[in-house]
Ligand binder design. Structure first.
Ligand code: FEO
Length: 413
């Protein structure tokens, strides 16, 4: 078998008329952005439209550049590649631009002004580019591609491309999730249960700070009819379009479901005992979803995901070097950065000779402007009966507040 035969062997799935999936799975990377664990891997989705002109929508991480080129060549079968549409410049999608230009030197790179600035900044390419503006249409022949600028979802250049002919939305990272595509590519052909929580984890950790920008983008997309949403990560949405759009709407409004997250740090188990007691108090109010995270054990991305899911949050920390326990401090910073809204909050802590953690948690509560329990609990050394009762009371107060009927995110498991 010569090189040419290898290059042409891929049979890429046609997901809509003349639109083909040419993305790849990453089962190797341990942490996305070197921070977020990938227990189920991740896909980098790319799509090719074959018309009078040919166009590729986004590329893939350069680690997969070789197989990506093979897939493209298989699809083109010797035809030229006319356009590369760039919806998002983060290198998990733009990483193969330079190798693509080497194989297809005449390709026109299509993006908005911010995109093209980044193409030059990251990859040194400033020729054969086409700058488009919000709402403009590029004709490939039959397929008419309309561009919608959606800045800060979650980078400044992010945009979406709508194929008016097939009513397919190429959405960039939006509506994407962690998890490889294991054989099937479209939601209706697979069991999608495992993707819901990974979509929330993806959103909360990567897009979560930009709720207002997501809301603007959703309003811009409202007049469009979609038959499919093709994100850059995870399944193509066809059967579950309304569910994923609803989920993005709710997450970006910081809506949540009934339930309480208790996160704590503990060196020797004293603060942990307080957390267990607080949880009993929450349970006494009939709350069924109580998620306890030991910050030294649970992955921060999972904790942040759960804070986006549930209405109540209770944080406990020992005093450490006259500050919060460092892992708790780190989590609070992640919550502050994301500007999480509309939560009910309680806190407790312990110390051995001088208390500082509860004071810091009180400051955090003021910063977040959440509804806060009327009591907090601070214990010196081991838990005693009066503060045991206070921990139960704290849990009950938050349990009551978290029960207030609120919007339920569908498919949160
Ligand atoms: Fe999948 Fe923002 O990159």
């Amino acid at each position: 078998m010569d090189i040419k035969e290898i290059s042409y062997m891929f049979q890429n799935q046609e997901i809509a008329k003349d639109i083909f999936y040419v993305g790849v799975n990453d089962r190797q990377k341990y942490k996305f952005e070197n921070m977020l664990p990938l227990p189920q891997g991740v896909s980098y989705n790319s799509y090719m439209i074959i018309d009078q002109k040919t166009a590729l929508v986004d590329t893939v991480d350069i680690s997969f550049g070789d197989i990506f080129i093979d897939k493209i060549q298989s699809q083109l079968k010797g035809r030229p590649l006319d356009y590369l549409i760039i919806n998002h410049m983060e290198p998990d999608h733009s990483g193969s631009i330079r190798i693509l230009r080497k194989y297809y030197p005449e390709i026109i790179i299509v993006g908005n002004s911010k995109t093209l600035g980044m193409v030059e900044g990251f990859y040194g390419l400033d020729e054969k580019v086409l700058e488009i503006k919000d709402g403009e249409v590029l004709s490939l022949g039959t397929h008419q591609l309309q561009f919608f600028l959606t800045p800060m979802v979650h980078w400044p250049e992010t945009m979406m491309t709508y194929d008016q002919t097939e009513q397919v939305l190429f959405s960039g990272d939006a509506f994407g999730c962690f998890g490889t595509l294991d054989g099937a590519i479209i939601d209706e052909d697979m069991n999608i249960d495992r993707y819901w929580d990974e979509m929330i984890r993806y959103y909360a950790n990567i897009v979560g700070k930009y709720g207002a920008a997501v809301q603007k983008a959703l309003q811009k997309l409202t007049p469009l009819d979609f038959k499919m949403i093709c994100s850059t990560h995870g399944p193509i949405w066809k059967e579950y379009i309304s569910e994923v759009v609803d989920m993005y709407d709710q997450l970006s409004r910081y809506d949540s479901k009934e339930g309480v997250v208790i996160l704590y740090g503990s060196m020797y188990g004293f603060t942990e005992l307080m957390a267990e007691t607080v949880a009993q108090g929450v349970s006494r109010e009939g709350i069924k979803d109580i998620i306890i995270h030991n910050v030294s054990k649970s992955d921060p991305s999972v904790i942040v995901r759960d804070i986006f899911k549930y209405r109540g949050l209770i944080v406990g920390s020992p005093t450490y070097s006259n500050e919060l326990y460092p892992e708790v401090e780190s989590l609070l910073r992640k919550i502050e950065i994301r500007g999480v809204k509309n939560r009910v909050f309680g806190y407790f802590g312990s110390y051995t000779w001088a208390g500082a953690s509860v004071k810091r948690l009180a400051t955090f509560a003021e910063t977040m402007k959440w509804t806060t329990a009327q009591i907090s609990v601070e214990e010196k050394q081991g838990l005693k009966i009066d503060n045991y009762q206070a921990c139960l009371e704290l849990g009950q107060q938050i349990g009551k507040l978290a029960k207030i009927p609120f919007v339920v995110i569908p498919h949160c498991v």
